[in-house]
Design a protein around this ligand. Structure first.
Ligand code: NDP
Length: 489
């Protein structure tokens, strides 16, 4: 039975530093449940001194514990045990479902296995990538060795708290670093539970610390701390730019930035079964209530099949039902909070003011208490400069544009700011490959929309959608720095 009582979930309150729950005296902030808007906890923010303590402890722990210098396979063993505990822990699933927008069934079936498997993937990487030997004269030895950075600062958003934490911590820890992670202040608890399980699995205390608080105070202190040698961030493009600037000014730190998107779904008239395509499009823009950087929120469809596809999509949109995230039968995510709801409403209003027409949805579901469940929304009649086409909405809103010729479709698919992902739906291989080459995006999915469980495939954006890659061996290698060595003998 997946359903649970939200009042009976035991919360790991406070920061998690050196293997202990720590309460500090920083500014208080309330935490609300997205499903009904109820305040269920109050936390205190980590200020610069608290962050300093967490970073100093991480800096010491990674050396003293031997985590950085132990046999890489030993790190792999600990990470595999951690992944097992993550899969077995029912509290973790409840904390995620309670505080985030993910229905508990989705957390148990997808988020938790995905989180655990990402960590296992990086456990396997621990001893797989090494340096290099260079051709030099016989009396010298030239080589490149890899080493961990030391302390990596990680900042995660509220849309996928657990998997985002695994994408940051998995490669960083496997490579022998310590991590100080700040989850979003909107979803603070599941990440702490994850860190507790890491210590239970054998990760030395202090090697993974969690600090709670706002981006402006806690996040800023983490990014600018002199002992934080690298920063890994997922969130908005605006915040990513700020973090990149802060990291540059405070130590020229490398950054991995996984940022926003406004991804097109390009559907050609030879895309195949319309029902299958409609299901794909629906999942692409409504998964997690549209609150995913990769959400496929711009449908660009060839005119010949626009009408049947939109008919099918309209029926599917109307069939969606809201339900609180702690009910095992719920499948549809609420928006994270009122601010996000207002943002969705304001972009739709601005789109309508510029001529957009609402084909279906366009409003919050009635009778969902204080939860912000937004109806799947189709907008049509849109010029390319309409705000709904241009802005990342982060809600279940799909803009619909049509085209006649392939070239016109590709032109509409291009975006000036974002280049995270794109979906191309066609059964013609040459057409699919032409589109794949033409689209300026870090990921192109052909006849599917969304990631698979193949963690070897990296993810990351072009343009304003980010720098560097999460997942894949690239994320592991980005958690190591390379040192050139030349020995004369
Ligand atoms: P942000 O990008 O502001 O927040 C993401 C994380 O960064 C949070 O943990 C946040 O802290 C932290 N942060 C904020 N400012 C700083 C800073 N100066 N230094 C260090 N860390 C900082 O996203 P929001 O939550 O404000 O959401 C706004 C919009 O961003 C959404 O509507 C959506 O469009 C986009 N977004 C994109 C995501 C993606 O996956 N690419 C994920 C989330 C949002 P805190 O929130 O705790 O203050």
């Amino acid at each position: 039975m997946l359903s649970f009582d939200p009042e009976k979930v035991s919360l790991p309150v406070g920061h998690y530093i050196n293997g202990h729950h720590i309460q500090t005296q920083g500014a208080a902030f309330a935490v609300k449940r997205p499903s009904d808007g109820k305040i269920y906890a109050t936390l205190r923010e980590a200020d610069a001194a608290d962050v300093d303590r967490a970073v100093q402890i991480a800096h010491q722990a990674v050396k003293i514990s031997g985590w950085a210098g132990c046999a890489p396979r030993e790190r792999g063993r600990v990470l595999r045990r951690w992944a097992d505990l993550i899969e077995q822990d029912s509290l973790l699933a409840q904390l995620e479902a309670l505080g985030s927008t993910r229905p508990v069934s989705d957390v148990v079936q997808h988020e938790i296995p995905f989180t655990a498997e990402a960590i296992r993937f990086y456990a396997e990487c621990a001893d797989k990538y090494s340096g290099d030997l260079f051709p030099t004269r016989d009396s010298s030895l030239g080589m490149l060795i890899t080493e961990p950075y030391g302390v990596i600062g990680a900042i995660t958003p509220w849309n996928f708290p657990l998997s985002m934490a695994s994408w940051k911590c998995g490669p960083a820890l496997a490579a022998g670093n310590a991590v100080v992670l700040k989850p979003s202040e909107l979803t603070p608890f599941s990440t702490v539970r994850m860190a507790e399980l890491a210590v239970q699995a054998g990760l030395p205390a202090g090697v993974l610390n969690i600090v709670q608080g706002s981006g402006a105070v806690t996040g800023h202190a983490l990014v600018t701390h002199p002992l934080v040698r690298k920063v890994s961030f997922t969130g908005s493009t605006v915040t990513g730019a700020r973090i990149m600037s802060d990291a540059a000014q405070h130590g020229m730190k490398p950054v991995t930035l996984e940022l926003g998107g406004k991804s097109p779904q390009l559907v050609f008239d030879d895309a195949g079964d319309i029902d299958v395509v409609a299901q794909r499009i629906l999942r692409g823009f409504t998964a997690n209530g549209g609150q995913a950087c990769v959400a496929g929120t711009r449908l660009i469809v060839q005119r010949a099949i626009a009408a049947p596809l939109l008919d099918r999509l309209t029926v599917l949109c109307r069939s969606v039902q809201p339900g609180v995230t702690w009910d095992g039968d719920s499948r549809y995510a609420p928006l994270i909070d009122e601010r996000q709801g207002n943002k969705v409403a304001s972009v739709i209003a601005a789109a309508k003011a510029q001529g957009a027409e609402v084909l279906v949805g366009g409003e919050r579901f009635a009778d969902t208490a204080e939860g912000w469940f937004w109806q799947p929304t189709l907008l049509c009649n849109l010029a390319q400069d309409n705000p709904a086409v241009q802005q990342e909405i982060f809600g279940p809103v799909l803009t619909v544009q049509t085209f006649e010729e392939e070239e016109e479709g590709l032109r509409l698919a291009a975006h000036e700011i974002y280049g995270l992902c794109a979906g191309v739906h066609t059964l013609s291989l040459p057409r699919a490959l032409r589109a794949m080459r033409a689209i300026e995006a870090g990921t192109v999915w052909i006849n599917r929309y969304g990631r698979s469980g193949d963690f070897i495939i990296p993810t990351g954006g072009f343009l304003g959608s980010g720098i560097g890659k999460d997942l894949g061996r690239q994320a592991f290698q980005a958690c190591q720095r390379q040192k050139s060595v030349l020995i004369d003998f």
